[in-house]
Design a protein around this ligand. Structure first.
Ligand code: HEC
Ligand SMILES: [Cu+2]
Length: 453
């Protein structure tokens, strides 16, 4: 008696594929050589060439610069190997069976189904055992990494440095509890976190509104900042350097551009940085001549929404850029700076921003005491150049969707008016803006803010 294969039509299709397409591919020696070369080049592609941007780019988790990120990468590799090998074995057997037992002739379509075996305890138990083994192989290093990354190891606790990171829509506030300033409380910075290199840093994660997440891909991450819950993480930068950070939990309109920077300094530089940060804002007397003649006015054309915020070369040497930013700018215009300081007060910028030692006392927005020494503004969205600062101050609504400087900061008692006042009845901005900044005013404000080193 002849048994027919159940799905002749399908088999027919497979037959055609098997007969015409695949064998002709595999017969071609040239193609075979090419495939071999492609497979051989895989390791180069995946890791050998260090300058592949997607492996070493600013937010790459493959280019680790500290032990926490490294242990997380190790777990990734263990998992990748175990699942990769499993895939190759399973897919290999499948491919082998598919080719070996394919229908070759029309006669094969009428072939008798061979004896179908069911239940082979040896194979079944063997496969269960192998799967368990594979999972254990992944679980052991994973659990060790979870334990290790949870908190600073006991033997390093004594040398740990502690900071608080607070997420706000859409920027980061950093507090340094170890650095107390006479009469002004804890040292605070906005959007750039400076840490000592080579020392573990414990970061307490808080939020002042919705859930955010703290992530510095090359150093550690990610851990959520959750309302009413005290989370923490730790990280260590092996060497001094400049690292990109990013909010990694959707938190509203400008989540994608809620970024920050981590700058790791050696012990001496870090101590000098802290000492300088504790000093009040730099005051430039209106009639002093500092670094020669004032520079010529810069060109400004509003580049509009979605224009890039960084010069093409910035990513090549950001750490050097940061160091250069610590120096006083050449060609400062003391009269313009003094004018800018006045405008800063008149425009009520002071109600949201603090400039320690000057008029500003607000706490709902980034601290601007040393804003001139920062590489970025608007939570890492723009490079801190004159043009970009001008762009942000004059047209914040075109830079960052929904930003609270433009629409106002929500407070328990209402809203601190921003550039526009929101009518509580309609939720729409009132007709007359609350703050407008002309081109001339923006130039004075830029001169003032950039003098704050
Ligand atoms: C309603 C409160 C409010 C007012 C008023 C306000 N700002 Fe802001 N400002 C903010 C907030 C909030 C941010 C952070 C926005 C973001 O990145 O999402 C900010 C960001 C900034 C930044 C970038 C800071 C950083 O760390 O990246 C600068 C510079 C700045 N403001 C300058 C000004 C100037 C100049 C004025 C006055 C013309 C002003 N602000 C008025 C709330 C305010
Ligand atoms: Cu966020």
């Amino acid at each position: 008696m002849v048994q027919y294969l159940p799905v002749t039509r399908l088999t027919n299709g497979t037959y055609l594929l098997g007969q015409m397409t695949l064998p002709s591919i595999f017969r071609s020696l040239k193609t075979r050589a090419l495939s071999c070369a492609a497979v051989a080049a895989m390791p180069l592609f995946l890791g050998g060439w260090g300058n592949w941007n997607w492996l070493t780019g600013p937010q790459s988790t493959f280019d680790t610069k500290g032990p926490v990120a490294e242990s997380q990468l190790d777990v990734f590799y263990v998992t990748l190997w175990v699942t990769g090998i499993t895939f190759v074995i399973v897919a290999g057997i499948l491919a082998y069976a598919t080719f070996k037992f394919r229908a070759r002739k029309t006669d094969d379509l009428k072939a008798v189904i061979p004896h179908q075996g069911h239940g082979n305890p040896l194979i079944e138990l063997g496969l269960i055992g192998l799967s368990v083994l594979a999972l254990v192989f992944i679980a052991v290093p994973t659990l060790r990494a979870i334990w290790y990354t949870y908190d600073v190891p006991a033997e390093e606790k004594a040398s740990a440095y502690e900071v608080n990171a607070i997420g706000l829509q859409w920027w980061f506030k950093f507090e340094y509890p170890a650095e107390q300033i006479d009469g002004a409380g804890t040292l605070v910075t906005g959007n750039e976190l400076v840490i000592p290199a080579g020392r573990p840093v414990r970061i307490n994660l808080r939020t002042s509104d919705v859930i955010h997440s703290f992530w510095v891909p090359k150093l550690a991450g990610k851990v959520d900042m959750i309302p009413n819950r005290g989370n923490h993480l730790w990280l260590k930068a092996d060497e001094p350097g400049y690292f990109w950070g990013q909010c990694a939990e959707y938190c509203g309109e400008s989540h994608a551009v809620m970024r920050f920077r981590v700058i790791a300094l050696n012990e001496t530089d870090f101590a000098a940085w802290v000492a300088h940060q504790k000093t009040p804002a730099r005051t430039v007397a209106p009639y002093s001549v500092l670094n020669g003649a004032p520079a010529a006015p810069y060109e400004f054309n509003n580049p509009g929404r979605n224009a890039p915020g960084y010069s093409a070369d910035f990513d090549k040497a950001p750490f050097a850029a940061w160091q250069a930013k610590q120096e006083i700018d050449a060609g400062e215009d003391p009269a313009l700076i003094a004018q800018g300081r006045q405008i800063f007060q008149q425009k009520t910028c002071t109600s949201c921003h603090a400039v320690r030692g000057h008029e500003g006392a607000g706490v709902t927005a980034p601290d601007l005491t040393h804003i001139g020494s920062r590489t970025t503004i608007a939570a890492g969205l723009l490079e801190n150049t004159k043009q970009n600062l001008h762009r942000w101050i004059a047209h914040p609504n075109e830079v960052k969707p929904g930003n609270k400087m433009y629409v106002g900061v929500p407070l328990q008692s209402g809203v601190m008016a921003g550039y526009v006042k929101i009518d509580p009845a309609t939720g729409k901005p009132e007709e007359t803006p609350h703050i407008t900044v002309s081109d001339a005013e923006a130039r004075a404000l830029v001169a003032y803010l950039h003098s704050l080193k």
